[in-house]
Design a protein around this ligand. Structure first.
Ligand code: DOR
Length: 426
C-alpha cells in the first residue's frame, strides 16, 4: 500500500530541503517529493502531517538490546518497539550480550531475530575481543560476513594497546567502524560517579575525566597509525572533545557521539544517591556539559546517540555502588535534543543531522539518513510543540530506568515509518 504524507514541514539537512512538501512512499522507497498539494495518489493511505516535521528516520548508533542473555532487561522485540516510539527507524546494537556477540553464530541469531521480531532495522556491532575480555580478537571476519557494521567492546575498554592496534588494522581491512568505549579501567577503578565535589560530599569513589581522555588520546593515535575509522562512544569531557577536534584537524578518520543525558545533566543529578543517574561514563561537571553543547553547535560532535541501557528495577534500586550503569534513552532523545533547539544552542536542522544524516554517513548506510527519491522510506514525523510529562508507564522499553521521570518534555513522535510501513503511532 502506498503512503502519502502531506501538509507537513519536510526537513532534511542531507539534501538541504526545508519547507512544505508532500511525500509519497511506494514499495518501501521514497517515490515522490513535491510541494504541498501537488501529489495526487489515488488509493494511497494518507497521513495528515499538519503542524508536524517530517525528517529522515533517526538512527541510533548506540543501543543495548540485551538479547541474547538478558531478556529480563530488554529483548529485540521490546527494544525495537522502544526505538520506534522514539522515532528511530534503525539502531545499532552493542555486543555485550550473553553470550557476547563475538562470533558469527550470535551475529546471525541477532540478525534473524531482528527480522522476525524487530520492527525497526537492527545493525549489530560485534565484539573486538573474545568474551569482551581484552585478550584475543573476536571472529571479526566471520561476523562481518554475518552482517556486523562495526566492532566494539562497549561497556569495557580494550586496555591492551597492541590488541587495539590489531583490531583497528583488521577493521580497516574489512572497512568496519571501530567504536571505542574510552575508559582507562585502572584509573577509573571502582569509580561510579564523576570525581569531584559531589562524589566527595556523597562519600562515593569517583572516576576522573582523565580516565576517559587517556583512552580517547590513545585510540586517536592508534587510528592515526593504522588509518582505520574510529568512532568515540559517549564522549563526556571537555578535554576529550578537544582531543577529537585536534585529531580531525590533522585529518584522522575519527568521529564521536554524545548522549542526551551527558548534554542535559551533570553529576548534581546523582545527589540523594540517585542510581537513575548512574552511568558510564558518569555525568560530569557543568563545565564539561557546556563544552559538549559547544561541540554539538560547532560540528565537532558528529552524532547524538542514546546509549540506551535498560536495566531491571532490582538492578537499579540497590545501594549506589552496587547499582547497574546506564539509562534507557530511545524514547527521550528527541525531546532532550529539542531542549537544545529551544535554548538556541543548535538549530532544528542540526539536530536532525546529529540524529539521522550523520549516523547514516558514518555507518555507510547510503539509502538512509536522507529524503530523496529512491532512498529507503524510513521516516520520522514529530510534533515539535506537543508536551508530555514523562511517566514510566509511557515507555515501550521493558525497563524504566531513567532520571527523566516527571520531566515535562516537549516534542512527541507522531509516526515512525520503516520501509514505507507505519511501525509506531501513539
Ligand atoms: O552506562 C552504561 N551502560 N555504559 C556502558 O558503557 C554500558 C552500558 C550497559 O551495557 O549497561
Amino acid at each position: 500500500m502506498n503512503l502519502l504524507i502531506k501538509n507537513g514541514r519536510l526537513l532534511d539537512p542531507a539534501t538541504g530541503q526545508d519547507g512544505l512538501f508532500d511525500l509519497l512512499c511506494a514499495k518501501g522507497k521514497i517515490a515522490q517529493v513535491a510541494p504541498k498539494g501537488k501529489i495526487k495518489s489515488e488509493g494511497a493511505t494518507v497521513i495528515d502531517a499538519t503542524g508536524c516535521v517530517l525528517t529522515p528516520g533517526f538512527i541510533d548508533m548506540h543501543t543495548h538490546l540485551r538479547e541474547p542473555g538478558f531478556e529480563h532487561k530488554e529483548t529485540i522485540e521490546t527494544g525495537t518497539q522502544s526505538a520506534a516510539a522514539g522515532g528511530f527507524t534503525s539502531i545499532v546494537c552493542m555486543a555485550n550480550t550473553n553470550p557476547v556477540n563475538d562470533n558469527a553464530v550470535i551475529t546471525e541469531f541477532i540478525v534473524r531475530k531482528a527480522k522476525e521480531k524487530g520492527i525497526v532495522n537492527v545493525f549489530p556491532i560485534g565484539a573486538i575481543s573474545r568474551g569482551l575480555e581484552g585478550k584475543s580478537l573476536a571472529d571479526i571476519g566471520q561476523m562481518t560476513e554475518a552482517g556486523i557494521v562495526g566492532i566494539s567492546d562497549d561497556g569495557h575498554t580494550v586496555m591492551n594497546s597492541a590488541l587495539m592496534r590489531k583490531a583497528l588494522q583488521y577493521a580497516k581491512g574489512f572497512n568496519l567502524l571501530v567504536v571505542s568505549h574510552a575508559e582507562d579501567e585502572n584509573l577509573s577503578g571502582h569509580g561510579s560517579i564523576n570525581e569531584g565535589l559531589v562524589a566527595t560530599e556523597l562519600g562515593l569513589p569517583g572516576s576522573p575525566n582523565a580516565a576517559e581522555e587517556i583512552i580517547v588520546a590513545r585510540d586517536i593515535l592508534l587510528a592515526e597509525l593504522t588509518g582505520a575509522k574510529l568512532h568515540i562512544a559517549h564522549l563526556s569531557t571537555r578535554v576529550g572533545l578537544e582531543l577529537v577536534a585536534a585529531a580531525k584537524k590533522r585529518g584522522v578518520t575519527v568521529t564521536c557521539e554524545v548522549t542526551p543525558h551527558h548534554f542535559t545533566l551533570t553529576d548534581e543529578a546523582v545527589r540523594g544517591y540517585n542510581t537513575q543517574a548512574k552511568m558510564r561514563p558518569p555525568l560530569r561537571s557543568e563545565e564539561d556539559r557546556l563544552a559538549l553543547c559547544r561541540g554539538l553547535k560547532d560540528g565537532i560532535i558528529d552524532v547524538i546517540a542514546t546509549d540506551h541501557a535498560p536495566h531491571a528495577s532490582f538492578e537499579k534500586e540497590v545501594e549506589f555502588t552496587e547499582a547497574a550503569n546506564g539509562i534507557v534513552g530511545l524514547e527521550t532523545a528527541l525531546s532532550l535534543g529539542l531542549r537544545l533547539v529551544q535554548a538556541k544552542v543548535i538549530s532544528l536542522a542540526r539536530l536532525i543531522e546529529l540524529l539521522s544524516c550523520n549516523p547514516a554517513r558514518i555507518l555507510g548506510l547510503k539509502e538512509k539518513g536522507r529524503i530523496a527519491v529512491g532512498a529507503d522510506a524510513d521516516l520520522t514525523l514529530f510534533d515539535p510543540e506537543k508536551k508530555r510529562k514523562l511517566e514510566p508507564r509511557m515507555l515501550h522499553s521493558k525497563s524504566h530506568n531513567t532520571p527523566f521521570n516527571d520531566w515535562e518534555l516537549t516534542g512527541t513522535i507522531q509516526y515512525t515509518i520503516v520501509g514505507g510501513n507505519v511501525v509506531y503511532q501513539p
